[in-house]
Ligand binder design. Structure first.
Ligand code: PBG
Length: 332
């Protein structure tokens, strides 16, 4: 040691970690109820609520109870709710016509929510999988998922949702050209203020397993979704997809799944500065819940840490099944 060198560390980064007050002062990111979009599952009947076994704490609700849940979410300050229908297998067909039935489960739920909780934004899912006999997001012709015919069906589906009162259309199908086609149809129908949150970078992921149970698509799905959903090995392609969807009229973009793809969230936010969301998907939720139930991790802390990670990675918000629980926690 030379005499000019002090006998202590020149930089003590622990100083600003020393007390809760100092930690609060230097904290860079905040998690707020405004960052939450709550995905919910809708089933038929009245007064019905049934648990989704692979997603402890998550239930499928009949339309009346979804409306009630939306009112509770609104009271908690959650800005948006996202609907996923559990469609009666008898309504699944090759042409997926139930997808644009004005009175399908999802559209009935939109109207019921608008009545019970007019302030909460209602987001929908646009993809054919809940209505398709083979469980795919697009039409299957000779074993191939056909793009352009699927886009035509998706447009009809999105229009029916906008007609029912949806505020945010969420195309999750990964067909090419669907954002432009949907935007165009919405404008022509006078739905200028119906926005589009594109599932822009959606990966072919094993983490969707519990969701497919929740919407009853697991048994139906033939093969995999690798010809339309992204390869988990790719990163640059996500930027091309986001650029494309923004140029076609997407107002907001999503990266999905969430936690294993935080690098993509950061790249997308840095490159475009657009409203960016991550979907903390069913498998991510199930992992945290399962470990917590086994006493292996502290479920509440893991939930909060996982959500803060999305904020740190640049996301403006998160679709999360934890939404009501986090909102209650943040309320104190
Ligand atoms: C289907 C869709 C999926 C999810 C949302 N929309 C599943 C899939 O692509 O197979 C997954 C959500 C989750 O896992 O929580 N269009």
């Amino acid at each position: 040691m030379t005499p000019t060198q002090a006998p202590f560390p020149a930089t003590r980064l622990r100083r600003t970690r020393a007390t809760p007050a100092l930690r609060a002062l230097v904290r860079q990111n905040e998690l707020s109820v405004n960052d939450l979009i709550w995905p919910v599952f809708v089933r038929d009947g009245e007064g019905q609520e049934e648990p989704v076994p692979s997603m402890p704490g998550v239930v499928r609700r009949s339309v009346d109870l979804v409306a009630q849940a939306a009112a509770e979410a609104q009271a908690l300050g959650i800005p948006a709710i996202c609907l996923f229908p559990y469609t009666d297998p008898g309504l699944k067909t090759e042409d997926c016509a139930e997808a644009w039935n004005p009175d399908n489960l999802s559209n009935r739920a939109i109207r019921a929510i608008k009545e019970a909780a007019p302030e909460i934004a209602v987001m929908t899912d646009v993809a054919l999988d809940p209505y398709n006999i083979n469980g795919h997001d697009g039409y299957v012709v000779d074993g191939e998922i056909v793009n352009d015919a699927t886009v035509e069906a998706l447009v009809k589906m999105a229009l029916a949702q906008a007609e029912a009162g949806a505020d945010i259309i969420g195309p999750s199908d990964m067909m090419d050209g669907r954002i432009g086609a949907i935007r165009d149809a919405l404008e022509r129908a006078g739905h200028h203020n119906v926005s589009i949150l594109s599932y822009a970078a959606k990966y072919a992921s094993a983490f969707y397993g519990p969701f497919r149970d929740a919407v009853g698509a697991s048994g139906a799905l033939k093969g995999d979704k690798k010809t339309y959903q992204m390869d988990p090995a790719n990163s640059d392609e996500a930027l091309r997809l986001v650029a494309r969807d923004l140029s076609e009229g997407a107002d907001m973009v999503m990266i999905k799944p969430g936690m294993p793809y935080l690098d993509i969230c950061r790249r997308v936010k840095d490159a475009f500065g657009a409203p960016t969301y991550a979907y903390q998907v069913s498998g991510e939720y199930a992992m945290i819940r399962a470990a917590a139930q086994n006493g292996w991790i502290d479920g509440e802390k893991a939930m909060l840490e996982s959500l803060m990670a999305f904020r740190r990675a640049g996301c403006d918000g998160v679709l999360t099944y934890f939404a009501p629980e986090v909102a209650r926690y943040l309320q104190g």
